[in-house]
Design a protein around this ligand. Structure first.
Ligand code: NAP
Length: 325
């Protein structure tokens, strides 16, 4: 076991969720991080000072996330662990069982934030039953906060009408080329923290690049040069100043450190507006308004769904993608 990191973690601001639980303003994503690289990536992140890890049953790396946290020597209470229930585990009893599977793999008794990976618009009753299971887990103290991902305004309205606990977070695709302003405003109005996935626009360049890479955007580059920062840092800072929580992913140690170093400069209102103006309205991930054709455990997500579902790396076996036992 290594010495606990003493780095900048203390100086990173927290965000307060709607139930009072505190979440670091920046977390570390592990979508598409192969399980064999996850321990090293998460260890590096914890060394750098990240104290929030975002994984998912469908990423197939919860076990390695847990192992890295254990190896870090940090107190369990010093690291905020978030994971997601996959759609094949929706339904009340199924989702209770999904908690047991994820907690078991992570090697913990309590998950800090457990969220539904996406709505199933065509089977919304199952989505609601899954969320009711999250409410039970919250009441029982097995999770500290609950939330959703990829929920559109109508999904939130239907869910909130049918349940008692307003989601603490809605984890959604947000980057300069797809800002989702209307959804951000709905989240705000409902007291839900917006967590930005693909915060530096990863989906604009690791997918098909059809609408260009945010990293190569001239406006963002110009702002970066003016601040002596990188384009990735400018995009992350843009989120921070607009009140969104961020979960950048990298397996590259220098980038892991670079992405964390976004709390020592300030973008001007004009710079924020210039980045807002880059919105193309074009979603990188799959539309959350469409249900997957089938949701049985026997079906593998199509490649284009992987970006929304987070079912990582092509070729990985479905059993690990499902996080199934
Ligand atoms: P991202 O964090 O915006 O971008 C990740 C990509 O950018 C990787 O290819 C990474 O490469 C590269 N990268 C990272 N830092 C960089 C830097 N400073 N300079 C240049 N390139 C850099 O995209 P994301 O992984 O899609 O999203 C982040 C997290 O959000 C995920 O890990 C996951 O936790 C979550 N997420 C959730 C959903 C959902 O449906 N809820 C969907 C997608 C993602 P290397 O790793 O090779 O360095």
């Amino acid at each position: 076991m290594r010495a606990p990191p003493s780095v900048a973690a203390m100086s990173i601001p927290n965000m307060r969720l709607n139930n009072g639980v505190e979440l670091p303003a920046i977390g570390f994503g592990v979508f598409q991080t192969p399980s064999e690289e996850t321990i090293a990536a998460v260890e590096t992140a914890l060394d750098v000072g990240y104290r929030h890890i975002d994984t998912a049953a469908s990423y197939g790396n919860e076990r390695e996330v847990g192992a890295a946290i254990q190896r870090s020597g940090l107190e369990r209470s010093d690291v905020f662990i978030e994971t997601k229930v996959w759609i094949s585990d929706y339904g009340y009893d199924e989702t209770l069982h999904a908690f047991d599977k994820s907690a078991g793999k992570l090697g913990i008794d309590q998950i800090d934030l457990l969220i539904l990976h996406q709505a199933l618009p065509g089977e919304f009753d199952r989505t609601i039953d899954a969320y009711k299971a999250l409410e039970t887990l919250l009441t029982d103290g097995k999770v500290r906060a609950i939330g959703v991902s990829n929920f559109m305004p109508d999904h939130l309205a239907r869910l909130i009408d049918a349940t008692s606990v307003v989601p603490a977070v809605n984890q959604i695709e947000v980057h300069p080329y797809f800002r989702q302003s209307e959804l951000l405003a709905v989240n705000d109005a409902r007291g839900i923290v917006s967590q930005a996935w693909s915060p530096i626009g990863g989906i604009t360049f690791y997918r098909d690049g059809s609408h260009g890479s945010t990293l190569e955007d001239a406006t963002i580059r110009e702002i970066a040069t003016a601040h002596g920062k990188t384009s990735a840092q400018v995009m992350l800072r843009w989120h921070v100043q607009q009140g969104r929580q961020i979960i950048p992913k990298s397996v590259t140690p220098s980038r892991i450190a670079e992405n964390f170093d976004v709390f020592d400069f300030e973008l001007t209102p004009d710079e924020l507006a210039a980045i807002d103006a880059l919105d193309t309205g074009v979603r990188g991930g799959r539309s959350p308004s469409r249900s997957p054709a089938r949701t049985s455990a026997s079906r593998s997500p199509k490649p284009e769904e992987r970006h929304l579902h987070g079912a990582a790396r092509i070729g990985r076996s479905l059993s690990s993608v499902r996080g199934g036992t």
